[in-house]
Design a protein around this ligand. Structure first.
Ligand code: DLL
Length: 416
Protein backbone atom coordinates (compact mmCIF):
# COMPACT_ATOMS: atom_id res chain seq x y z
CA UNK A 1 0.00 0.00 0.00
CA UNK A 2 1.43 3.34 -1.05
CA UNK A 3 1.19 5.94 1.68
CA UNK A 4 0.04 9.41 0.74
CA UNK A 5 1.88 12.08 2.64
CA UNK A 6 1.77 15.83 2.61
CA UNK A 7 4.64 17.65 1.02
CA UNK A 8 7.46 18.05 3.51
CA UNK A 9 6.30 15.21 5.78
CA UNK A 10 9.20 12.95 4.85
CA UNK A 11 11.77 15.60 5.75
CA UNK A 12 9.89 16.40 8.96
CA UNK A 13 9.86 12.71 9.90
CA UNK A 14 13.59 12.42 9.19
CA UNK A 15 14.28 15.44 11.38
CA UNK A 16 12.19 13.96 14.19
CA UNK A 17 13.87 10.55 13.99
CA UNK A 18 17.29 12.21 14.00
CA UNK A 19 16.27 14.32 16.97
CA UNK A 20 15.17 11.39 19.15
CA UNK A 21 18.18 9.33 18.07
CA UNK A 22 20.52 12.11 19.16
CA UNK A 23 18.71 13.14 22.32
CA UNK A 24 16.45 10.42 23.72
CA UNK A 25 18.48 7.43 24.95
CA UNK A 26 15.41 5.27 25.58
CA UNK A 27 14.16 5.64 22.01
CA UNK A 28 17.66 5.30 20.55
CA UNK A 29 18.25 2.02 22.33
CA UNK A 30 14.90 0.71 21.05
CA UNK A 31 15.92 1.73 17.52
CA UNK A 32 19.28 0.02 17.93
CA UNK A 33 17.53 -3.15 19.06
CA UNK A 34 15.26 -2.95 16.03
CA UNK A 35 18.37 -2.49 13.84
CA UNK A 36 17.31 0.84 12.40
CA UNK A 37 19.15 4.17 12.26
CA UNK A 38 17.99 7.62 11.08
CA UNK A 39 19.72 7.02 7.75
CA UNK A 40 17.39 4.09 7.04
CA UNK A 41 14.33 6.33 6.94
CA UNK A 42 14.07 7.30 3.28
CA UNK A 43 10.59 6.43 2.09
CA UNK A 44 7.13 6.50 3.76
CA UNK A 45 7.19 2.69 4.10
CA UNK A 46 10.30 2.99 6.28
CA UNK A 47 8.13 4.37 9.07
CA UNK A 48 7.23 0.76 9.81
CA UNK A 49 10.81 -0.11 10.58
CA UNK A 50 10.79 2.15 13.60
CA UNK A 51 9.97 0.69 17.02
CA UNK A 52 6.74 1.64 18.79
CA UNK A 53 6.67 4.01 21.74
CA UNK A 54 4.24 2.86 24.43
CA UNK A 55 2.47 4.24 27.46
CA UNK A 56 4.83 2.05 29.49
CA UNK A 57 7.78 3.91 27.98
CA UNK A 58 6.19 7.15 29.15
CA UNK A 59 5.86 5.68 32.64
CA UNK A 60 9.39 4.33 32.68
CA UNK A 61 10.64 7.72 31.59
CA UNK A 62 8.63 9.58 34.26
CA UNK A 63 8.67 12.50 34.47
CA UNK A 64 10.77 13.79 31.58
CA UNK A 65 13.00 10.95 30.35
CA UNK A 66 11.66 11.39 26.82
CA UNK A 67 12.71 15.03 26.61
CA UNK A 68 14.44 15.88 23.34
CA UNK A 69 15.38 19.45 24.18
CA UNK A 70 17.19 21.37 26.87
CA UNK A 71 15.13 21.90 29.95
CA UNK A 72 15.58 25.64 29.65
CA UNK A 73 13.75 25.59 26.31
CA UNK A 74 10.57 24.39 28.03
CA UNK A 75 7.73 26.82 28.53
CA UNK A 76 4.88 24.57 29.71
CA UNK A 77 4.01 21.24 31.31
CA UNK A 78 0.75 19.35 31.23
CA UNK A 79 -0.11 16.00 32.75
CA UNK A 80 -2.76 13.33 32.62
CA UNK A 81 -3.52 10.97 35.47
CA UNK A 82 -1.62 7.71 35.54
CA UNK A 83 -2.03 4.21 36.89
CA UNK A 84 0.36 4.21 39.80
CA UNK A 85 -0.60 7.54 41.27
CA UNK A 86 2.01 9.17 39.05
CA UNK A 87 0.68 11.21 36.17
CA UNK A 88 2.04 11.16 32.62
CA UNK A 89 3.90 14.42 32.21
CA UNK A 90 4.20 16.11 28.85
CA UNK A 91 6.27 19.19 28.03
CA UNK A 92 6.28 21.94 25.42
CA UNK A 93 8.78 24.38 23.98
CA UNK A 94 7.71 27.79 22.69
CA UNK A 95 7.55 26.37 19.17
CA UNK A 96 5.49 23.42 20.42
CA UNK A 97 2.92 25.79 21.88
CA UNK A 98 2.92 27.67 18.56
CA UNK A 99 2.39 24.41 16.60
CA UNK A 100 -0.32 23.33 18.99
CA UNK A 101 -2.07 26.68 18.58
CA UNK A 102 -1.82 26.30 14.82
CA UNK A 103 -3.18 22.72 15.05
CA UNK A 104 -6.11 23.88 17.14
CA UNK A 105 -6.83 26.89 14.95
CA UNK A 106 -6.78 24.59 11.87
CA UNK A 107 -9.06 22.16 13.61
CA UNK A 108 -11.50 24.86 14.64
CA UNK A 109 -11.50 26.23 11.11
CA UNK A 110 -12.23 22.71 9.85
CA UNK A 111 -15.15 22.54 12.27
CA UNK A 112 -16.44 25.87 10.94
CA UNK A 113 -15.60 28.22 13.80
CA UNK A 114 -14.87 31.82 12.72
CA UNK A 115 -13.65 35.10 14.16
CA UNK A 116 -17.30 36.09 14.59
CA UNK A 117 -17.90 33.37 17.17
CA UNK A 118 -18.06 33.66 20.93
CA UNK A 119 -16.40 30.48 22.09
CA UNK A 120 -17.05 29.08 25.57
CA UNK A 121 -14.47 26.64 26.89
CA UNK A 122 -16.22 24.23 29.27
CA UNK A 123 -13.23 21.96 29.88
CA UNK A 124 -10.83 21.82 32.82
CA UNK A 125 -8.09 24.45 32.89
CA UNK A 126 -4.90 23.26 34.54
CA UNK A 127 -2.84 20.15 33.97
CA UNK A 128 -5.47 18.76 31.59
CA UNK A 129 -4.62 19.76 28.01
CA UNK A 130 -8.25 20.20 26.99
CA UNK A 131 -9.07 23.78 27.92
CA UNK A 132 -5.78 25.53 27.15
CA UNK A 133 -5.53 23.81 23.77
CA UNK A 134 -8.93 25.07 22.64
CA UNK A 135 -8.35 28.42 24.31
CA UNK A 136 -5.19 29.28 22.37
CA UNK A 137 -6.57 27.94 19.08
CA UNK A 138 -9.83 29.85 19.31
CA UNK A 139 -8.02 33.08 20.19
CA UNK A 140 -5.62 32.63 17.28
CA UNK A 141 -8.62 32.27 15.00
CA UNK A 142 -9.96 35.53 16.34
CA UNK A 143 -12.97 34.13 18.19
CA UNK A 144 -13.91 35.68 21.56
CA UNK A 145 -13.00 33.11 24.18
CA UNK A 146 -15.04 32.68 27.37
CA UNK A 147 -12.79 30.59 29.62
CA UNK A 148 -15.37 29.30 32.09
CA UNK A 149 -13.62 25.96 32.61
CA UNK A 150 -15.50 22.85 33.70
CA UNK A 151 -18.55 22.56 35.98
CA UNK A 152 -20.57 25.38 37.61
CA UNK A 153 -23.56 24.85 35.36
CA UNK A 154 -25.45 27.95 36.56
CA UNK A 155 -22.57 30.23 35.67
CA UNK A 156 -22.11 28.53 32.31
CA UNK A 157 -25.74 29.23 31.46
CA UNK A 158 -25.58 32.79 32.69
CA UNK A 159 -22.54 33.64 30.58
CA UNK A 160 -23.85 31.78 27.56
CA UNK A 161 -26.85 34.04 27.71
CA UNK A 162 -25.19 37.32 28.61
CA UNK A 163 -22.20 37.02 26.27
CA UNK A 164 -24.08 35.35 23.43
CA UNK A 165 -22.04 32.17 23.19
CA UNK A 166 -22.30 30.70 19.68
CA UNK A 167 -19.90 27.75 20.03
CA UNK A 168 -18.93 25.75 23.08
CA UNK A 169 -16.55 22.91 23.73
CA UNK A 170 -17.02 20.30 26.46
CA UNK A 171 -17.11 16.57 26.89
CA UNK A 172 -20.10 14.88 25.23
CA UNK A 173 -21.53 13.77 28.57
CA UNK A 174 -21.45 17.28 29.95
CA UNK A 175 -23.03 18.68 26.80
CA UNK A 176 -25.91 16.27 27.18
CA UNK A 177 -26.29 17.24 30.81
CA UNK A 178 -26.38 20.90 29.81
CA UNK A 179 -28.89 20.13 27.07
CA UNK A 180 -31.20 18.51 29.60
CA UNK A 181 -31.19 21.53 31.86
CA UNK A 182 -31.67 23.91 28.96
CA UNK A 183 -34.70 21.94 27.87
CA UNK A 184 -36.18 21.63 31.35
CA UNK A 185 -35.93 25.36 31.90
CA UNK A 186 -36.88 26.27 28.38
CA UNK A 187 -33.74 28.40 27.90
CA UNK A 188 -32.91 27.53 24.31
CA UNK A 189 -34.04 30.87 22.88
CA UNK A 190 -31.77 32.76 25.22
CA UNK A 191 -28.51 32.21 23.33
CA UNK A 192 -27.33 31.99 19.75
CA UNK A 193 -25.53 28.65 20.26
CA UNK A 194 -25.01 27.01 16.86
CA UNK A 195 -22.25 24.45 17.38
CA UNK A 196 -20.77 22.26 20.10
CA UNK A 197 -17.33 20.69 19.76
CA UNK A 198 -17.06 17.54 21.82
CA UNK A 199 -14.23 15.22 22.75
CA UNK A 200 -12.00 13.90 25.50
CA UNK A 201 -14.00 10.71 25.89
CA UNK A 202 -15.62 8.14 23.67
CA UNK A 203 -19.16 8.89 22.56
CA UNK A 204 -21.65 7.32 20.22
CA UNK A 205 -23.53 8.48 17.16
CA UNK A 206 -26.73 8.09 19.22
CA UNK A 207 -25.35 10.53 21.73
CA UNK A 208 -24.54 12.99 18.93
CA UNK A 209 -28.06 12.78 17.59
CA UNK A 210 -29.51 13.46 21.00
CA UNK A 211 -27.29 16.44 21.62
CA UNK A 212 -27.95 17.90 18.19
CA UNK A 213 -31.70 17.50 18.58
CA UNK A 214 -31.92 18.73 22.15
CA UNK A 215 -29.69 21.76 21.64
CA UNK A 216 -30.61 22.47 18.01
CA UNK A 217 -26.92 22.69 17.09
CA UNK A 218 -24.39 20.71 15.13
CA UNK A 219 -22.10 18.57 17.27
CA UNK A 220 -18.54 18.10 16.04
CA UNK A 221 -16.23 15.31 17.20
CA UNK A 222 -12.77 16.37 18.29
CA UNK A 223 -9.93 13.98 19.08
CA UNK A 224 -6.58 14.29 20.75
CA UNK A 225 -4.41 13.02 23.58
CA UNK A 226 -1.88 14.60 25.89
CA UNK A 227 1.04 12.43 24.87
CA UNK A 228 0.75 13.59 21.27
CA UNK A 229 -0.09 17.24 22.01
CA UNK A 230 -3.58 17.46 23.57
CA UNK A 231 -6.75 18.26 21.63
CA UNK A 232 -6.01 19.31 18.04
CA UNK A 233 -4.88 15.98 16.62
CA UNK A 234 -8.00 15.49 14.50
CA UNK A 235 -11.34 17.23 14.03
CA UNK A 236 -14.52 16.71 12.04
CA UNK A 237 -15.72 19.16 9.43
CA UNK A 238 -19.36 20.20 9.06
CA UNK A 239 -20.13 16.90 7.28
CA UNK A 240 -19.57 15.15 10.58
CA UNK A 241 -18.52 11.85 9.12
CA UNK A 242 -14.96 11.32 10.29
CA UNK A 243 -12.07 13.21 11.84
CA UNK A 244 -9.60 15.03 9.60
CA UNK A 245 -6.08 14.39 10.87
CA UNK A 246 -3.76 17.39 11.21
CA UNK A 247 -1.38 15.86 8.66
CA UNK A 248 1.17 18.65 8.72
CA UNK A 249 2.03 17.68 12.28
CA UNK A 250 1.14 14.00 12.67
CA UNK A 251 1.46 10.75 10.76
CA UNK A 252 -0.86 7.92 11.57
CA UNK A 253 -1.08 4.18 11.11
CA UNK A 254 -3.61 1.58 12.19
CA UNK A 255 -2.15 -1.61 13.60
CA UNK A 256 -3.40 -4.94 14.80
CA UNK A 257 -3.20 -4.42 18.58
CA UNK A 258 -2.04 -7.99 19.12
CA UNK A 259 0.53 -8.51 16.37
CA UNK A 260 1.56 -4.90 15.79
CA UNK A 261 1.16 -5.40 12.02
CA UNK A 262 0.08 -2.35 10.04
CA UNK A 263 -3.47 -2.87 8.75
CA UNK A 264 -4.79 -1.73 5.37
CA UNK A 265 -6.94 1.42 5.20
CA UNK A 266 -10.50 0.73 6.27
CA UNK A 267 -9.69 -1.94 8.81
CA UNK A 268 -10.24 -1.24 12.46
CA UNK A 269 -7.34 -1.43 14.86
CA UNK A 270 -5.19 0.57 17.24
CA UNK A 271 -4.23 4.08 16.23
CA UNK A 272 -0.49 4.75 16.16
CA UNK A 273 0.70 8.35 15.82
CA UNK A 274 4.11 9.82 15.00
CA UNK A 275 4.66 13.51 15.71
CA UNK A 276 6.76 15.23 13.04
CA UNK A 277 7.03 18.81 14.27
CA UNK A 278 7.37 18.52 18.03
CA UNK A 279 10.54 19.59 19.80
CA UNK A 280 10.18 18.89 23.52
CA UNK A 281 8.71 15.40 23.42
CA UNK A 282 8.51 14.07 19.89
CA UNK A 283 7.02 10.59 19.83
CA UNK A 284 7.79 7.97 17.22
CA UNK A 285 4.97 5.49 16.49
CA UNK A 286 3.11 6.09 19.73
CA UNK A 287 0.57 3.36 20.48
CA UNK A 288 -2.52 5.31 21.54
CA UNK A 289 -4.52 2.19 22.46
CA UNK A 290 -7.49 3.93 20.87
CA UNK A 291 -9.47 1.86 18.44
CA UNK A 292 -10.48 3.33 15.10
CA UNK A 293 -9.95 2.98 11.33
CA UNK A 294 -8.88 5.12 8.40
CA UNK A 295 -11.82 6.02 6.16
CA UNK A 296 -10.51 5.43 2.62
CA UNK A 297 -13.28 7.31 0.77
CA UNK A 298 -12.76 11.04 0.24
CA UNK A 299 -14.81 13.46 2.35
CA UNK A 300 -17.41 15.55 0.49
CA UNK A 301 -15.72 18.65 1.95
CA UNK A 302 -12.81 18.12 -0.43
CA UNK A 303 -10.06 17.75 2.16
CA UNK A 304 -7.78 15.00 0.96
CA UNK A 305 -5.73 14.11 4.04
CA UNK A 306 -6.22 11.13 6.34
CA UNK A 307 -9.69 10.84 7.86
CA UNK A 308 -10.31 8.74 10.95
CA UNK A 309 -13.54 7.12 12.05
CA UNK A 310 -14.96 7.99 15.46
CA UNK A 311 -12.76 6.46 18.17
CA UNK A 312 -14.63 3.47 19.50
CA UNK A 313 -12.86 3.26 22.83
CA UNK A 314 -9.63 2.12 24.35
CA UNK A 315 -8.05 -1.22 24.01
CA UNK A 316 -7.40 -1.24 27.74
CA UNK A 317 -9.42 -0.57 30.82
CA UNK A 318 -9.28 3.15 31.28
CA UNK A 319 -12.45 4.79 32.58
CA UNK A 320 -13.15 8.46 31.87
CA UNK A 321 -15.36 10.31 34.33
CA UNK A 322 -16.29 13.86 33.30
CA UNK A 323 -13.20 14.12 31.17
CA UNK A 324 -10.87 12.86 33.90
CA UNK A 325 -9.09 9.56 33.33
CA UNK A 326 -9.39 6.91 36.02
CA UNK A 327 -7.61 3.58 35.98
CA UNK A 328 -8.61 0.71 38.27
CA UNK A 329 -5.03 0.37 39.42
CA UNK A 330 -4.96 4.04 40.37
CA UNK A 331 -8.00 3.49 42.59
CA UNK A 332 -6.24 0.43 43.99
CA UNK A 333 -3.18 2.45 44.91
CA UNK A 334 -5.42 4.89 46.81
CA UNK A 335 -7.37 2.12 48.58
CA UNK A 336 -4.09 0.58 49.59
CA UNK A 337 -3.26 3.70 51.58
CA UNK A 338 -6.41 3.56 53.70
CA UNK A 339 -5.89 1.44 56.84
CA UNK A 340 -8.68 -1.11 57.37
CA UNK A 341 -9.52 -1.65 53.70
CA UNK A 342 -8.73 -4.85 51.86
CA UNK A 343 -7.80 -4.70 48.20
CA UNK A 344 -10.88 -6.63 47.16
CA UNK A 345 -12.72 -3.99 45.21
CA UNK A 346 -14.82 -3.36 42.18
CA UNK A 347 -15.68 -0.27 40.19
CA UNK A 348 -19.19 0.43 39.11
CA UNK A 349 -20.03 2.94 36.43
CA UNK A 350 -23.52 4.33 36.30
CA UNK A 351 -25.11 7.25 34.54
CA UNK A 352 -27.06 9.98 36.29
CA UNK A 353 -28.51 12.87 34.31
CA UNK A 354 -26.29 11.71 31.43
CA UNK A 355 -23.14 12.16 33.49
CA UNK A 356 -21.04 9.14 34.22
CA UNK A 357 -20.58 8.36 37.86
CA UNK A 358 -18.13 6.04 39.48
CA UNK A 359 -18.77 4.03 42.61
CA UNK A 360 -16.00 2.13 44.31
CA UNK A 361 -17.10 -0.97 46.19
CA UNK A 362 -14.47 -2.24 48.57
CA UNK A 363 -14.33 -4.79 51.37
CA UNK A 364 -13.07 -4.00 54.83
CA UNK A 365 -10.34 -6.24 56.17
CA UNK A 366 -12.26 -7.16 59.31
CA UNK A 367 -15.91 -7.26 60.28
CA UNK A 368 -16.78 -3.86 61.72
CA UNK A 369 -19.66 -2.50 63.74
CA UNK A 370 -21.92 0.15 62.27
CA UNK A 371 -20.06 3.10 63.71
CA UNK A 372 -16.62 1.90 62.62
CA UNK A 373 -17.97 1.05 59.15
CA UNK A 374 -19.43 4.50 58.71
CA UNK A 375 -16.20 6.12 59.82
CA UNK A 376 -14.08 4.04 57.46
CA UNK A 377 -16.44 4.66 54.56
CA UNK A 378 -16.28 8.42 55.15
CA UNK A 379 -12.49 8.36 55.21
CA UNK A 380 -12.28 6.23 52.07
CA UNK A 381 -14.67 8.50 50.27
CA UNK A 382 -12.62 11.56 51.20
CA UNK A 383 -9.31 9.98 50.20
CA UNK A 384 -10.68 8.77 46.88
CA UNK A 385 -12.14 12.17 46.05
CA UNK A 386 -8.86 13.86 46.89
CA UNK A 387 -6.69 11.30 45.13
CA UNK A 388 -8.71 11.13 41.95
CA UNK A 389 -9.66 14.78 41.83
CA UNK A 390 -13.29 13.97 41.09
CA UNK A 391 -16.30 13.07 43.17
CA UNK A 392 -16.80 9.30 43.41
CA UNK A 393 -19.23 7.16 45.36
CA UNK A 394 -17.96 4.68 47.87
CA UNK A 395 -19.60 1.64 49.39
CA UNK A 396 -17.99 -0.43 52.11
CA UNK A 397 -18.54 -4.16 51.81
CA UNK A 398 -18.20 -6.89 54.44
CA UNK A 399 -15.16 -9.16 54.13
CA UNK A 400 -15.55 -11.75 51.35
CA UNK A 401 -18.62 -10.04 49.90
CA UNK A 402 -17.15 -9.94 46.41
CA UNK A 403 -16.82 -12.97 44.22
CA UNK A 404 -13.21 -14.08 43.91
CA UNK A 405 -11.80 -14.71 40.47
CA UNK A 406 -9.35 -17.50 39.66
CA UNK A 407 -7.71 -15.48 36.90
CA UNK A 408 -7.65 -11.74 36.57
CA UNK A 409 -9.99 -9.97 38.95
CA UNK A 410 -13.07 -8.42 37.42
CA UNK A 411 -12.55 -4.80 38.34
CA UNK A 412 -15.40 -3.27 36.42
CA UNK A 413 -18.74 -4.38 37.78
CA UNK A 414 -21.03 -5.66 35.04
CA UNK A 415 -24.35 -3.86 34.72
CA UNK A 416 -27.10 -5.81 36.46
O1 DLL B 1 -8.70 14.21 26.43
C1 DLL B 1 -7.49 15.72 24.98
C2 DLL B 1 -8.78 16.25 24.49
C3 DLL B 1 -9.49 17.13 25.25
C4 DLL B 1 -9.27 15.86 23.24
C5 DLL B 1 -10.69 17.64 24.76
C6 DLL B 1 -10.44 16.39 22.75
C7 DLL B 1 -11.14 17.28 23.53
P1 DLL B 1 -6.17 12.96 27.48
O2 DLL B 1 -6.72 13.38 28.79
O3 DLL B 1 -4.74 12.62 27.38
O4 DLL B 1 -6.39 14.09 26.41
O5 DLL B 1 -7.06 11.74 27.01
C8 DLL B 1 -6.87 11.21 25.72
O6 DLL B 1 -9.15 10.41 25.61
O7 DLL B 1 -6.51 8.57 24.05
C9 DLL B 1 -8.96 8.75 23.96
O8 DLL B 1 -8.97 7.49 24.60
C10 DLL B 1 -9.92 9.69 24.65
N1 DLL B 1 -10.51 10.63 23.69
C11 DLL B 1 -10.16 11.89 23.47
N2 DLL B 1 -10.94 12.43 22.50
C12 DLL B 1 -11.79 11.45 22.11
C13 DLL B 1 -12.83 11.36 21.14
C14 DLL B 1 -7.63 14.62 26.00
N3 DLL B 1 -13.20 12.39 20.40
C15 DLL B 1 -7.77 10.04 25.51
N4 DLL B 1 -13.45 10.15 21.01
C16 DLL B 1 -7.63 9.45 24.13
C17 DLL B 1 -13.09 9.09 21.77
C18 DLL B 1 -11.50 10.29 22.86
N5 DLL B 1 -12.15 9.13 22.69
Amino acid sequence: MEMEWEQGSMEALQRTVRRVWDRVPLTRSKMEKAGVTPDDIKRPEDLRRLPFTTKQDMRDAYPTGLLACDRRELVRYHASSGTTGKPTVVAYTKNDIASWTECMANCLETAGVTADDTFQVILGYGLFTGALGFHYGAEALGAAVVPTGGGFTERQLLLMEDLGTSVLTSTPSYALHLAEIIRERNLRDKFPLRMVILGGEAWSEAMRERIEKELEVIAIDSYGLSEIIGPGVAMECGHRNGLHLNSRHFLCEIIDPVTGEVLPDGEEGELVITTITKEAMPLVRYRTRDLTRIIPEPCPCGRTGVRLARVKGRSDDMIIIRGVNVFPSQVEALLDRIPGLSLNYQLEITEKDYLKELTVHCESEATLDAEASAKLARLASKKLNEGLGIRVGFSLLAPAALERSTGKAVRIKKAA
